[in-house]
Design a protein. Structure first.
Length: 209
């Protein structure tokens, strides 16, 4: 509740500026990441984003820019309680409808396997632990992708003011992200190559900047 109140209390001008900074950093990061991976033959072609709800950062102008280029954008869709999310292709003219929890979802289009997942994040730690909204959808989704052997980069999108106390301990089922992006920058650093979150057996990251 405290984090939601903190987020809601941010002035509109500050939220607009913060979202602009995050969009710029994501745009720059994705270009650099794709260049860094080109030599290995790996592509970052598909980005799973999210439709903003309430006081979440609004990334939609960047999604439109990506969709108009060669980046496949997709959005999460809730299949049902206790199930992983599915990601459906999105374009600016895609028909949308309110899905679970009133969040807009594409109503048609193919399912996608994202290379990058932008995760709405209520609270975060300096280790890129994430506090979500309690449904566990992203934790289940990231676990399912890992079990299926699909590498992807998971990046939390959060307001800087929602940093959690140093003594915060995530639950056993919580998935650590590869990084968190706030208007102030990357936490703990920007990942440039996909790899399982810290604590997993295989970790490959390059430090950006």
């Amino acid at each position: 509740m405290r984090l939601k109140e903190t987020r809601a209390s941010l002035p509109i001008s500050e939220r607009e500026r913060g979202a602009l900074l995050m969009r710029a950093r994501l745009f720059t990061w994705l270009n650099a990441a794709r260049d860094a991976l080109a030599a290995s033959g790996r592509k970052l072609a598909c980005v799973a984003a999210f439709w903003p709800l309430g006081d979440e950062p609004d990334l939609r102008p960047l999604l439109e820019q990506w969709a108009d280029s060669d980046v496949q954008v997709c959005l999460p869709c809730v299949k049902g309680p206790g199930q992983p999310l599915v990601f459906r292709a999105w374009t600016p003219d895609a028909p949308m409808a309110a899905g679970a929890y009133g969040i807009a979802e594409p109503t048609q289009g193919p399912d996608c396997q994202p290379d990058v997942i932008l995760v709405p994040t209520l609270g975060y730690t300096d280790r890129a632990d994430r506090l979500g909204y309690g449904g566990g959808y992203y934790d289940r989704t990231l676990a399912a992708l890992e079990q299926a052997g699909h590498d992807c980069i998971a990046i939390g999108i959060a307001w800087h003011e929602c940093r959690l106390p140093e003594d915060y301990e995530p639950a056993s089922h919580d998935r650590r992200l590869d990084a968190v992006l706030t208007p102030e920058g990357w936490v703990p650093r920007a990942p440039l190559q996909a790899g399982p979150p810290a604590g997993k057996s295989r970790i490959m990251r390059f430090i950006f900047g």
